[in-house]
Design a protein. Structure first.
Lengths: 265, 286
């Protein structure tokens, strides 16, 4: 059951989207998010949806995997929709009702906005390996090193955290099975009882996580890891022509969205 | 009485996704009460998946598991109750210890059974005695003990439920030879005193040859061989094909026979080999 979590999952592939430089993709996601928040009116949303679908198609990620990423957020999406339906003023659907046409439209647009936001960022993690992602992030944030921000340390922490998510999940699964075999009950009882029932999972999980962290630290030190100073990379990132084209297209897209917004206003 | 039967047991992980994987298929076995059986097989052959079906931790994709003729998956309650009857010790069980004291950790299983305080106390002491955990350790934290001690405490935690069927997944993995011997001795001891069925998953052919009455060989999710150690270990080449070997004593006996030493067939344990070699030596002297 825990294996269904798709957070940070990477689907290897060899499409244009996969081959783009991670820096390009990170920048494009930022551009995409800014553009998404410029969307005003149906034409704007249609355009963003179209672009998202196009990118998904280019990356050959199946729509089903995309929806899987959205699923954990369904509750928040539904709540947003509900609030928008009931709290938007305008012309009621029927005289005397609280629900307005404007509210319905806003609800749909808000839902679309969240789904697109998630899909766009998931497209990044689906098509970029965690290592490439953190490498790209480190290079992009490099200028901050001048301000004494520990960029390298932050990115290596991030890549390690990502690396250990699947390990910890399988570990949790194992401990849970073992405690279930000793008759532990996680599914019934009051809330406090169930919270208490988690203790037999959390204690061994923490113990092993600390042990693992310790071992990893020793392993890194014994391979002479000493931070980012003077460290070279196995894979040198290089901007190609396709990255330029992608960035230009992204820029045009953003400009278009801003233009659309000012037209609407 | 506790007899466990599986009927055409199949299990598929992540069914309906691109990651779909059949772990076991059509496993039909009958393990009678009191038997000491061993399950061997290559990594990923479905052994661990199989044993997790026997106490309803995993539900079969198709097929049934019967305990004394009754389907253990028939409802929620039978799925829970079967865990008292079929005790499962996982691989590296020391990672499941969590309580503040050794005593309370061993008592976790019986406490989940909602037994009375005295009954729990009796079972904890009994289980500790079976596994050689001294009562002096009861108030210590399990996390500060040695690997071998932790492992024995974890096994005691399962034995304290007095299971009629005890299943152990590689109980000796990662222990030193003395620790291995002690754990196996504890298990044998429990079986003798309680009459429980014991099912052990192992990679050590030497241990399996010495302890088990029956060997079940798994290969790619199916039962490839099933019989007494004598029957299974005579198929050395077939075992080799699925990535397994015969016990060291059997290998040595085989090599000696090729050199012309007159040894009988069916030698699988060090003890037997030693006896036969002594007999051969005496024969020459006479």
């Amino acid at each position: 059951m825990l294996k269904d979590i798709t957070l940070g999952q990477y689907f290897p592939g060899d499409t244009v989207v996969h081959r783009l430089d991670p820096r390009t993709k990170i920048l494009l996601v930022v551009v995409y998010i800014v553009a998404l928040f410029q969307a005003e009116g149906w034409i704007g949303y249609a355009l963003v949806t179209l672009v998202t679908l196009l990118c998904t198609a280019l990356s050959r990620i199946r729509l089903r995997s995309m929806f899987k990423g959205v699923r954990p957020m369904l509750f928040i999406i539904a709540l947003t929709a509900l609030l928008n339906i009931f709290y938007t003023t305008g012309t009621p659907i029927r005289p005397g009702w609280i629900v307005t046409w404007e509210g319905l439209a806003r609800a749909v647009q808000m839902m679309l906005r969240i789904v697109l936001l998630i899909s766009g960022t998931f497209l990044l993690t689906y098509t970029t390996s965690p290592i490439a992602l953190t490498d790209g992030l480190e290079l992009l944030l490099n200028p901050l090193k001048k301000l004494r921000v520990p960029v390298h340390e932050m990115t290596i922490m991030m890549s390690m955290a990502l690396r250990f998510i699947p390990t910890l999940i399988s570990e949790t699964d194992k401990i849970m099975s073992a405690q279930k075999a000793r008759g532990a009950d996680f599914e019934t009882g009051s809330l406090t009882r169930r919270a208490k029932a988690l203790l037999p999972i959390l204690v061994p999980l923490f113990v092993s996580a600390f042990k693992r962290a310790d071992e990893l630290a020793v392993a890194m030190e014994s391979r002479c890891y000493h931070g980012g100073e003077g460290r070279t990379r196995m894979k040198q990132l290089r901007m190609e022509r396709r990255d330029c084209i992608a960035l230009i297209l992204g820029g045009i897209f953003l400009a278009l969205m801003i233009a659309l917004k000012s037209l609407c206003l | 009485m506790a007899e466990i039967v599986t009927e055409k047991l199949c299990h598929t992980y992540s069914a309906g996704t691109p990651f779909e994987q059949t772990a076991i298929k059509d496993v039909s076995l009958r393990i009678p009460q009191g038997q000491f059986a061993a399950v061997i097989g290559h990594t990923g052959s479905g052994k661990s998946t199989f044993i997790q079906h026997l106490n309803a931790l995993l539900q079969p994709s198709s097929g049934r598991v019967l305990l004394d003729g009754q389907d253990i998956n028939r409802d929620k309650f039978s799925r829970r109750d079967v865990k008292w009857k079929v005790g499962l010790v996982f691989q590296y069980p020391e990672y499941q210890l969590f309580e503040e004291t050794v005593y309370r950790d061993i008592a976790f299983g019986p406490a989940n059974m909602r037994l009375g305080k005295e009954e729990i106390d009796e079972r904890v002491r009994e289980a500790a005695a079976f596994t050689g955990v001294e009562e002096a350790l009861f108030e210590r934290s399990p996390l500060e003990l040695s690997g071998g001690q932790k492992r024995r405490i974890a096994i005691a935690g399962v034995i304290a439920m007095r299971p009629e069927i005890l299943i152990l997944d590689e109980p000796t993995a990662g222990l030193d030879p003395a620790g291995c011997a002690q754990i196996l001795e504890n298990i044998r001891n429990y079986r003798e005193k309680s009459g429980a069925t014991v099912l052990i998953v192992s990679h050590s052919m030497d241990d399996v040859a010495r302890l088990a009455e029956r060997i079940i060989v798994f290969d790619r999710g199916c039962v490839a061989m099933d019989g007494t150690p004598e029957e299974v270990f005579t198929h050395a080449s077939a075992l080799g094909e699925i990535g397994l070997s015969i016990p060291k004593a059997a290998q040595l006996a085989c090599a000696l026979k090729k050199q012309g030493v007159p040894l009988p067939d069916g030698i699988f344990t060090h003890e037997r080999l030693l006896r036969e070699l002594l007999a051969v030596k005496e024969g020459r002297v006479c």
